[in-house]
Design a protein. Structure first.
Length: 124
């Protein structure tokens, strides 16, 4: 019997980043689904199917940090990787609120992403 493939949800409002990450994850053997916003992901009904969430911190509407906190608090996702390309005060405040969640700064390497996906979160 074949081992089931882990499903990774990518949430990023940048279509290019979203597509590139989805293709990268699929080429590495993951099932990858992508969403343009936290709200679109939540409305999809896919929460229980997700092994790991990869989310941009700065999203329109609900931030990636708020999405991660919501999912972790409700037991829907055990692994979260936050990504960002910004260093402004608002983003730094969101990063601070994320606490021990893994954070990758764009651009990041494939290996950095896979290591973050495989590493357990420092906090629930």
């Amino acid at each position: 019997m074949a081992k089931p493939r882990a499903t990774i949800a990518v949430v990023d409002d940048d279509a290019g980043v979203r597509t590139a990450l989805q293709q990268l994850l699929r080429s590495a053997g993951f099932d990858a689904i992508a969403f343009e916003s936290a709200e679109a992901f939540l409305a999809s009904g896919k929460r229980s199917d997700i092994h790991c969430l990869v989310a941009d911190i700065n999203l329109p509407g609900m931030s990636g940090v708020a999405l991660a906190q919501t999912l972790v608090a409700n037991g829907g996702v055990t692994r979260v990787v936050l990504i960002t390309g910004r260093d402004d005060a608002h983003t730094l405040a969101l990063i601070d609120r994320a606490g021990g969640l893994p954070l990758l700064r764009k651009p990041f390497s494939d290996q950095e992403l896979f290591a973050a996906i495989d590493a357990p979160n420092d906090r629930p």
